[in-house]
Design a protein around this ligand. Sequence first.
Ligand code: ZN
Length: 335
Amino acid sequence: MKVSDIWKDLNELQPIVLKMIMNGLAKGRVAHAYLLEGDPGTGKKQTALYFAKSLLCEEEGIMPCNECSNCRRIDSGNHPDVHIVEPDGLSIKKQQIVFLQQEFSKTAVEANRKIYIINHADKMTASAANSLLKFLEEPAADTVALLLTEQAQRMLPTIISRCQLLSFKPLPPDLLKNKLIEKEVSLPMAALVSRLTNNFDEAFRLGTEEWFAQSRKIVLKLYEVLLKNPLEAMVKLQEDFNGHFKDKQQVSLALDLLLLLFKDLLSIQTGNEQGLAYPDQLALLKNTALHSSIVNTTEQITAILEAKRKLDANMNPQLLMEQLVLKLQGGASFV
Ligand SMILES: [Zn+2]
């Protein structure tokens, strides 16, 4: 990959983080420790490696060339002055940190800087975290620590306070959608799951799961039946819906799927066909939009939100759905 492509990717994903790093490099003000914090799939590890390359690249300038021997060895995990610590099983153990300290007590093998990257730093055991803390308290002039975490709240405050914080933004829906499509998730699924979560791993799991694909179909079917034949909607509810969405969490997801449908409808009614959760249902939604009004749709959205609130308050899911179906019919002047 060309360095300009990596830069473009990361800069699109995390412009603020990249700017902070590049400013520090340009001013020669590199901290001893950074905490890279954010959801999975937001580019933390890529950014850490890019940062390491920026510090050790043989070429002039702040941006790494991605082609010199240093850059290439960092990419392949073979640079003697760049150490990456990953959890050993479920945790990062004290001996892994002790080993790191021993390595760092030697002077840099080649470059004038040594960098260590600790991935999933929140998984350090208490004794590992305490060893690291001592290490951070007496930083060597030429050492840069990059700690990566998805759960900063699980880390020792004394460690956090010694790091410069780099906070990674959740992925915006459109970017997440495109990344899922790149991973061969279909457009309808990618569009939908990217509106449900901004966590890439979770989105990918949902977008490729048979149960979820079935959920989408059942909710769409219920919606269609609601329009055509309200009485049949009740039957559908008993037949398909209740059998598929069994527990509270599953019903909650069904309500989210339904909510996104009505939000799409509202979006179309207000003249916006971009960024829909169900782009492949445009014809159906446009047809509904002709027979309904913005006021009706808003009432329907309110009814779904109210159902979500009742579900949270532990109302019986079946009863709740029956009430909701009645309300969704009442609120609309369908054909
Ligand atoms: Zn280079």
